[in-house]
Design a protein around this ligand. Structure first.
Ligand code: HEM
Length: 432
């Protein structure tokens, strides 16, 4: 059987199994099933009702518990599972035997100590409070620049025309990527992010392979240029100067920062704008006090986080919440569900930027893999929200919201907004 036919068969069978399990009411199948749901929160509640640790017929456990998620994230006996392990298709096998590096599956995001520690330490200085202060002006400038571009338009796409551009520009500056073309980056990012749910069909697999190939050759080129002209203080220059860093580590780290730097933050901006549009009292507060943007962003991270789940596996056979499990058993930690755990957050489904314990959320994970870019994401989210509503205090939804077709990453992919509207347009959602 040719590898294409084999992949197509595996994909078809995989889909059929997931669909059948979903019909039988399997909670994991409902989550991983093929038609992405625009509102996962009722599914999370059904998992929560079934217990702290819920077995599934797919060999995976689920938890909606904040306490258990937080504990496993910090437990040195557990580590991440590469996203590809959930995918039925080997996306790394390419004609000619060449392997492509997938930043989500091969970077320090999924490595364990000591490799994780070694690589994370190399890039950490840019994300310390001091590193962030140095970027504050860039972030404000980038926000204003893209607001200028839409200033004369009565209707624009909040995501494509603004939210996606800001984080791409910011991370590209940090990495020293000259003339970053946001449309190309956005295409690479989408292909990677869509693959996080598991590659679903041959078209998705080809899109992923093409994106990885283009992305890798772009990053390869960038590193080669930095090696030819050393001495810069951007991240890629500094990494490229480390002679002992393997080519694979160098590429995976650079790509991780690029992808993690924008594919999540664009959704934070989109989700927080949706929250403000849907809560008039919050808009009033924000208009009266632009500093309120920090609280709105934090509550958005809790209430509707861009990263909805992650996975941990035990390194050895162990017992979790009273259940014995062999080593390597995947447990899906549903961060979006943990953030609405009533054991931690009062009235958890209510959007309330004034809640005192908002920072308990797990939107940025916890433990050694705690998001390296959390401070930068918060800064970008708040600057975008402040700038946007300062410039367009009457901003309104002006058409259907299209959601990303992904369960891992949640956010609008298209959000038409009007800067001055005669008639109120309700927020209507659709899948992209
Ligand atoms: C709202 C925006 C963001 C969200 C919701 C987010 C979320 C996350 C989460 C949940 C993880 C951990 C996954 C796990 O434990 O399995 C993570 C890790 C990471 N994030 Fe973010 N992130 C955001 C923005 C950023 C930005 C702007 C950057 C960098 C420029 C970044 C860089 C990273 C890196 C490098 C890791 C890996 C950390 C490690 O494994 O030690 N993230 N992020």
């Amino acid at each position: 059987m040719s590898s294409t036919v084999k992949n197509a068969t595996v994909l078809f069978l995989g889909r059929a199994v997931v669909r059948a399990q979903a019909l039988l009411g399997d909670p994991a199948a409902r989550l991983l099933g093929l038609s992405p749901t625009s509102d996962p929160y009722p599914v999370y509640e059904s998992v929560r009702r079934q217990g702290v640790l819920v077995p599934t017929r797919m060999g995976l456990y689920l938890t909606a518990s904040h306490e258990l998620s937080s504990r496993l994230l910090r437990d040195p006996g557990f580590g991440p599972l590469s996203a590809g392990a959930l995918s039925p298709v080997d996306t790394s096998a390419l004609p000619g035997g060449r392997r492509l590096i997938n930043p989500v599956e091969e970077s320090f995001l999924v490595l364990n100590p000591p490799d994780h520690t070694r690589l994370r330490r190399l890039v950490a200085p840019w994300f310390t409070p001091r590193g962030l202060r140095a970027q504050a002006d860039t972030v404000e400038r980038v926000v204003e620049q893209y607001l200028d571009e839409v200033a004369d338009r009565r209707v624009f796409d909040l995501v494509g025309d603004f939210a996606a551009k800001v984080p791409i520009r910011v991370i590209a500056d940090l990495l020293g990527v000259p003339g970053a073309d946001h449309a190309t980056f956005a295409r690479w990012g989408s292909a990677l992010v869509n693959a996080l749910d598991g590659v679903r069909d041959l078209r998705g697999m080809r899109a992923l392979q093409t994106a990885l190939r283009e992305f890798e050759s772009f990053v390869d080129d960038l590193i080669a240029r930095r090696r030819r002209h050393p001495g810069g203080d951007d991240i890629v220059s500094v990494l490229a100067a480390h002679e002992d860093l393997s080519r694979a580590d160098l590429i995976a780290t650079t790509e991780l920062l690029l992808v993690a730097g924008f594919e999540t933050t664009v959704n934070l901006i989109g989700n927080s704008v949706l929250e403000v549009l849907g809560h008039p009292a919050v808009r009033e507060r924000l208009l009266a006090d632009p500093g309120y943007a920090d609280a709105v962003v934090e509550e958005t991270l809790r209430h509707d986080p861009p990263v909805q789940y992650t996975v941990r596996v035990p390194f050895e056979a162990t017992e979790v919440a009273g259940t014995r499990m062999p080593k390597g058993t995947p447990i899906m930690l549903m961060l979006g569900a943990a953030n609405r755990d009533p054991a931690v957050f009062a009235d958890p489904h209510r959007f309330d930027p004034d809640r005192a314990d908002v920072r308990e959320h797990l939107a940025f994970s916890s433990g050694i893999h705690y998001c390296l870019g959390a401070g930068l994401a918060r800064m970008e989210g708040a600057a975008a929200l402040r700038g946007l509503f300062r410039r367009f205090p009457d901003l309104k939804a002006a058409g259907r919201v299209h959601r990303r077709p992904s369960r891992v990453i949640r956010g609008p992919v298209r959000l038409p907004v009007a800067t001055e509207v005669k008639k109120h347009h309700p927020i209507v959602e659709t899948l992209s």
